[in-house]
Design a protein around this ligand. Structure first.
Ligand code: FES
Length: 91
């Protein structure tokens, strides 16, 4: 029995799924993130993206300096929940 190794625990993406898309030619973290949603979970890729970068190096024969990490985009300004709750009442 083959054991499945989960790389992205937030989105439950396995190593096998990631290696499959790398072998299909998707060799950037942004492409893999868009295809599989890894890096879009609660940790925002803190756990999985470094591991996926190593998989890209291994299977796409890239050096670590060629791997670009996705830009994190925090909210411009936090929005209080009561403001959001009022939104539907005004419109
Ligand atoms: S482990 Fe991948 S987004 Fe959290």
């Amino acid at each position: 029995m083959k054991k499945e190794v989960i790389i992205c625990r937030c989105e439950e993406i396995s190593e096998e799924e990631i290696v499959k898309v790398i072998k299909q030619g998707y060799t950037s973290l942004n492409e893999i993130k868009r295809l599989l949603r890894c890096g879009m979970g609660h940790c925002q890729g803190r756990s999985c993206l470094p591991v996926i970068a190593r998989l890209i190096c291994k299977y796409a024969h890239k050096s670590p300096s060629e791997i670009k990490f996705p830009t994190s985009r925090p909210p411009l300004k936090p929005i209080p929940l009561d403001v959001l709750a009022q939104y539907n009442k005004k419109s």
